[in-house]
Each structure stands twice: as structure tokens, then as C-alpha cells.
Design a protein around this ligand. Structure first.
Ligand SMILES: [Zn+2]
Length: 717
């Protein structure tokens, strides 16, 4: 009898020891799916998504707020801070109770044992309870009381699909656990006790009674005073579950799944930006513009502080959730500042260099300005401020499409999926697609200067921002429509067919981007960056705190004399000069080519268009150096031309145009060596050459010549 007793003890000890050695997992809740939880920069909840198993189970926290901690310890396990994981007294008492009842009625489990039980999902019987007890002892060795309590709070069931204190607090009270009242903390402390049979939705009286009993216990224990107790017991139970906060919805969607992510969003600014975006979205919807995206980047730390992926109220109703701020859209003119800045940094131009604004034809690509006019020559900064297309194309041709293509990629644009040749010169006019988030970040890069950012010359950047400060854009906007109390460097963009309206602005503290249009891509007449996106941009800019003074004038560049008229480095013959601080490479740039013999003279084609806007300009009376007074306007050298097709299908004619400084001079025309005609005053000739290469030669009565080589392509259309 005695031997049997010992062997039983031995076997039991062996079992216990084995259990001790193999039982407790390193990570108790390994493999548990968690909700996606996204907070703002100070930890405020922006939004959350259910875990993969459909549960509202927030990723575990390290700590438990004081009120809840006291309430749950008082309710579940009064001696929690004293026992080693198992409370023999209550265990024995529960054992007796359970034997009397004939089944397990719970009770006797410490919080530590409950952590083990929740992690194991096993049947509740005496054997399992034994294992729980052993593992609880081990858990106590491994973790502090605080950690064990946090594990419990993070994984306890709270009824329905709500798991853990965090999710429960938000679902039942619409608040984080740290902000719960004593009554609320007590409610959540009693809930997991029998979550399936009692939650705020049912058996409310029983729950209320249980809560109040706990509050009384807290009073007796000295956790709360009489006044708090009296108020707490009058607090009603929560009603329907609260919807979780849903701010920066699309940004929340972009964060890693099943994790808690702290973003740089500023929840207060986010709320305000959403209000403005929604209001404008309602407004624009009246004009058939359904979608609007906006974002704000803090230029002190590079964080995205507000993000509206799509304000569209229409879409919210239909449940379509396109994050248009991250969708590739046609860029319109929104990339022009990067070309201006790159050309400045490169010494290709100075801020006010005159750039050609004359017709271009490259293989049928004939860009136009917004006003459909050519101005002959325009200062670079003015061309940027007025967003002229043709000077931008001339400039890109000089800078090089492949170089600019690479620069945009280096600036963070991931949407240039084709090679440079695919885009050609149209790259600067919206031929490529871009995402609002990436483009706004590229603008921010001008100030933030992140590692690897291709535009680094402080003077080039200063002049770029300075040119964009001018709000006057006569061809796109009535400045009176835009009310701004704030200074901002900004640029608009409008894509072909009025499909996309962009406005991106930079202040010393923030970069702000706005896009509006229709996600499905259909255009709306009048949808321009200036009219649709510009006012939204200014509303947002006015919202932002203004901290820093405006960008300081350039200091570190090279000091040089610049020709006032041409904007080039001043040559010996330039009459008016101004001393400027310029980008470093400016010293390598060309001297003024237009002052010859002290007279400002443009080449004939530039002059031809320039004179219409500059009545003070006088063409030179006598020949200038070696320059011919006549020059082809159309075509450009090397052009590939297509003959238009006539109604009957036969090839039509192209108007070949020549600019002569003195239009009254007679000009004789020759095609491939054959004389074909004579012009005077209006030097234009309608021709339909056969497909192939040709040379057109013109000679005026003084023997001055101009010639152009071009190709007529087979018209297969
Ligand atoms: Zn000059």
C-alpha cells in the first residue's frame, strides 16, 4: 500500500517534471492574427482593420492603464501581486465547488493561469487546469506581473468578435483604454468573465450589477473614493458598438497588415484637411469632377502629416475606394520646375535666359502654348511662371530627354516605366504619368534635400522656388479668384483633354499637393490645375501654421554680371548689366549672343514672333555679322513631315514658312535644286513633295540664303 503510494507520487512527479520542461511555448500567442492598427504621430488612433480571422484584436501593448489594472485585479485575482502564478487557497476552494457541482464551473484561476488558458484554447477540465497551473508558475518566472497583466489585457475575449482591452475600449466606448472612466474600466474588467453569455448587447442588468459590485469592492479597497464611486455607479452601460475612427483611410490602407504602425500623420491637421477636401469635393462634384486627393508633407522632418487619398463623397457611398493620390495620372505641366531647376544647376541657362518660343515640329509632334501663341523669346523664369509649353520643349531638347528622364526617377518618380525614347519631348508636357504622393515628395525634396536627390544646388533651387512664387498666370488663371494670405511657391498642371488638374505648392515649412479629376479618366471642360486644384491648395496652405521666414536669398553661389536684356552672362557689348548670385555652374554658361555691335538682335524666327509682343523691338537695318536675315520658321531642320490627306484621298500640301527680317525683300525658292517660285512680304509656299529626303533653299535679292533639310514620310494612316 505504501509502495503504491510512493510510485504514484513518483509517476506524478515525472509527469509534472516533463510537463514543466516541455510545456510552455516561448511566444505564447505565436501565430495569433492581429488587427491592423494605425496611429498618428502621437499615438492617436487613425483607423484599424479586423485581423485575418475576423476578430478585432489589436496588437499587444506593453502596459495596462492604471484604472483598468486595478479593476481587473480586484475582480479576477485579488492576490495577483502576491502569488507565484497559482493561488493554492482559491484553487482548493474551486476544486471543492467543482466537485460539488459535478462539472467545472471555473473559478480558482489566477490571471496568470487565464493567460495560459486563453493562449491554449483547450477544453476546461481538471487535467488541463493542472497543466495551466504548472505553466502559470513558469510564466511567472519568465515575465513580470506587469507583463503578465498586459498579456491578459491584450488577449482576453470581450464578447462578439472583440478581443483585448484596446479593441474593447474603442468598440464599446469609442476611446483608448487610457481615457476610460472608473465605471468604464470596471465594465471592461468584468466582461471577459463570461463574454459569451453577457456583453453590453444582452443581459444588461446582470452586467450592470456585476460592474457596480466591482465598483463597491474598489471603494472598499481604497482604489476609489466615495465621490468617484457615487458618480461611477450612475454611469450607464455602453449601447451599440462604436465605429472605430476612420481618418486618413487610404493612408491606413497602405500600412503593414496585422501590425501597430505609428505614422507621421498629425491627427488634428488631418481632420482639418479632410473637412476642406470634402467640402471642395462636394463643390467640384457639381461640375462633374468626382475625385480629389490632397496631401501635406512637413518639411522639417519629411513626414506626411496629412493624406487624403480620395475625398470623393460619391465614392464613399458606392464603396469604391480608389487611392487616387497613389494612382499614376498624366502629369500635365507639373514637372516643369524640375527641368528649370536642372537646367539652372547645369549652367545650361541662367534664371532669366531668353528661351526660344518658336514653332517646333518633331515627327509630327507640334506642341502649343496654352494661348496657342508663340512669343519668339521668353525669359526662362517667366516661361516657368506662365507654364509655357513651347519654351519648355526647347529647353528639354537642349537638356536631353534621357538625362531628364533619369533625373525624375532619381527624384522618386516610380511611374516612368518606359524608357526615355518612349516619352520623347512630350515628357515635359504630361507625356508621362505621375503619382500625387511622389510628385509632392519630389517638390518637398527641393527643400528637404534627401540623400540621392538629384537637385542639390541651393541657388538653382532658390531661383526655381522664386519663379514659382509669382502667382500671375494670365493664360491660365485670374489671380483675383485665388485668395491667399500666405506666400507659397506653386505650380499647376492640366493634362491633355482636361482629365487631370494638379496644384503643388511649397512653403518653408510644408509641401502641399492637390489633384482633382475623375478616377475613371474622363475629362471635364474647364478642369484646369489653376481653376480646380489651385483654390484647394490655397485653402490648405492657409490652414498650416506659419513658422519660418521665407527662403533666404542666395548667398553661396558665384557672383557674375548678367545681361539685363537676354539674361545670359554679360558680354563686352551688353549695355545694361546686373550683378547676381548664380548657381555654381553658371560660370560655364554661354555669354550673351544677342548683343552685336551694341544692338539687341534676335535671330529672324525668334524676332518674327517676338516683335508682335515687343513693339519697342527694332530689327537691325544692316546685316548682323554673318547671320542671314532670313530663317525657316517651318519646318525645323531635320523634321519628318506628313502630308495631310485631302477629301479624295490624294496628298495635300504643307505651308513652308520663312521669316525675313525685311519682309519686303524678294525671296526665290528652290526644292532639291529646282526653282519653284518667288515670295515677297509673306514668305510662305504651299508644297507637296514626294516621300523621301528633301532640301529647300531660299535666296533673297542680296544673295543671303537659308536652307532646310527635311523628310516627307509615307502617310500610311
Ligand atoms: Zn546682352
Amino acid at each position: 500500500m505504501k509502495r503504491r503510494y510512493y510510485s504514484t507520487i513518483l509517476i506524478l512527479a515525472g509527469v509534472l517534471l516533463t510537463g514543466w520542461l516541455v510545456s510552455l511555448k516561448r511566444d505564447l500567442f505565436k501565430g495569433t492574427p492581429y488587427s491592423t492598427v494605425v496611429t498618428d504621430r502621437s499615438g492617436e488612433l487613425l483607423g484599424a482593420r479586423v485581423a485575418a480571422d475576423g476578430q478585432w484584436r489589436f496588437p499587444p501593448c506593453d502596459t495596462v492603464p492604471e484604472r483598468y489594472a486595478r479593476a481587473v485585479v480586484q475582480f479576477e485575482d485579488r492576490h495577483f501581486y502576491l502569488h507565484p502564478g497559482v493561488n493554492p487557497v482559491s484553487l482548493a476552494r474551486a476544486l471543492v465547488q467543482n466537485i460539488r457541482a459535478g462539472h467545472v464551473e471555473s473559478g480558482g484561476s489566477t490571471l496568470t493561469m487565464q493567460v495560459i488558458r486563453i493562449s491554449r484554447h483547450r477544453e476546461r477540465n481538471l487535467w488541463q487546469k493542472g497543466i495551466e497551473a504548472i505553466q502559470a508558475l513558469r510564466l511567472e518566472i519568465r515575465c513580470s506581473k506587469k507583463e503578465i497583466l498586459a498579456l491578459y489585457a491584450s488577449h482576453a475575449p470581450f464578447g462578439g468578435n472583440v478581443v483585448g482591452l484596446d479593441a474593447a475600449s474603442w468598440r464599446y466606448f469609442g476611446r483608448p483604454p487610457s481615457e476610460l472612466s472608473w465605471a468604464e474600466a470596471a465594465t471592461l474588467a468584468v466582461l471577459p468573465n463570461a463574454p459569451s453569455s453577457m456583453h453590453p448587447g444582452k443581459q444588461r442588468d446582470a452586467l450592470l450589477e456585476k460592474r457596480n459590485r466591482l465598483l463597491l469592492r474598489l471603494l472598499k479597497h481604497g482604489d476609489i473614493d466615495e465621490a468617484i464611486y457615487e458618480t461611477a455607479i450612475t454611469e450607464p452601460l455602453p449601447d451599440n458598438p462604436h465605429p472605430l475612427p476612420s481618418l486618413a483611410r487610404h493612408y491606413v490602407e497602405r500600412q503593414p497588415r496585422g501590425k501597430r504602425t505609428r505614422t507621421g500623420i498629425d491627427i488634428h491637421l488631418q481632420r482639418q484637411v479632410e473637412v476642406i477636401a470634402d467640402r471642395w469635393s462636394d463643390d467640384l462634384a457639381l461640375y462633374g469632377i468626382a475625385d480629389l486627393a490632397a496631401l501635406v508633407i512637413d518639411l522639417h522632418n519629411g513626414e506626411t502629416v496629412a493624406y487624403v487619398g480620395n475625398a470623393s463623397p460619391e465614392r464613399k457611398r458606392s464603396g469604391m475606394e480608389v487611392d487616387i493620390a497613389a494612382a499614376p495620372r498624366s502629369t500635365g505641366s507639373i514637372l516643369k520646375p524640375f527641368l528649370f531647376c536642372a537646367a539652372l544647376q547645369d549652367g545650361l541657362i541662367l534664371p532669366n535666359t531668353l528661351i526660344k518660343d518658336t514653332p517646333v515640329n518633331l515627327g509630327g509632334f507640334t506642341p502649343q502654348n496654352f494661348d496657342l501663341q508663340f512669343h519668339g523669346a521668353v525669359h526662362a523664369s517667366e516661361a516657368l511662371a506662365r507654364s509655357l509649353n513651347v519654351p519648355a520643349v526647347h529647353l528639354l531638347r537642349e537638356y536631353g530627354v534621357p538625362r531628364f528622364h533619369k533625373l525624375l526617377r532619381d527624384a522618386g518618380l516610380t511611374t516612368l516605366t518606359h524608357d526615355a525614347a518612349h516619352y520623347g519631348l512630350a515628357l515635359i508636357l504630361g507625356g508621362a504619368e505621375g503619382r500625387l504622393d511622389e510628385i509632392t515628395r519630389a517638390y518637398a525634396g527641393l527643400v528637404l534635400a534627401p540623400k540621392g536627390f538629384p537637385l542639390t544646388d541651393p541657388e538653382a533651387i532658390w531661383y526655381t522656388l522664386d519663379a514659382l512664387k509669382e502667382v500671375s498666370r494670365p493664360d491660365e488663371i485670374d489671380p483675383r479668384l485665388i485668395s491667399s494670405v500666405r506666400r507659397v511657391s506653386w505650380k499647376t498642371g492640366t493634362s491633355y483633354g482636361f482629365r487631370d488638374a494638379w496644384a503643388v505648392g511649397v512653403t518653408p515649412d510644408y509641401a502641399v499637393g492637390v489633384w482633382c479629376g475623375n478616377a475613371d479618366g474622363h475629362g471635364v471642360p474647364g478642369l484646369t490645375g489653376a481653376r480646380a486644384a489651385g483654390p484647394v491648395l490655397f485653402d490648405l496652405v492657409n490652414l498650416l501654421p506659419e513658422d519660418s521666414p521665407w527662403f533666404e536669398d542666395p548667398m553661396q553661389g558665384v557672383v557674375a554680371e548678367v545681361c539685363t536684356a537676354s539674361g545670359y552672362l554679360a558680354g563686352p557689348e551688353c549695355p545694361e548689366k546686373v550683378t547676381c548670385v548664380l548657381p555654381r555652374k553658371a560660370q560655364e554658361s554661354n555669354p550673351c549672343p544677342y548683343h552685336k555691335g551694341g544692338v539687341f538682335t534676335l535671330p529672324p524666327v525668334m524676332e518674327w514672333y517676338y516683335m508682335a509682343y515687343h513693339p519697342e523691338y527694332e530689327p537691325p537695318q544692316k546685316a548682323v555679322h554673318n547671320e542671314a536675315p532670313l530663317q525657316f520658321i517651318y519646318p525645323e531642320p531635320g523634321s519628318i513631315l506628313y502630308l495631310p490627306r485631302q477629301m479624295d484621298g490624294s496628298p495635300g500640301a504643307i505651308a513652308f514658312q520663312l521669316a525675313h527680317r525685311h519682309p519686303e525683300k524678294k525671296v526665290w525658292w528652290h526644292l532639291d535644286g529646282d526653282y519653284i517660285g518667288e515670295t515677297q512680304f509673306i514668305h510662305e509656299m504651299m508644297l507637296s513633295p514626294v516621300p523621301g529626303k528633301h532640301v529647300l533653299l531660299t535666296v533673297d535679292e542680296e544673295g543671303q540664303t537659308a536652307s532646310v533639310a527635311f523628310t516627307i514620310a509615307e502617310n500610311t494612316k
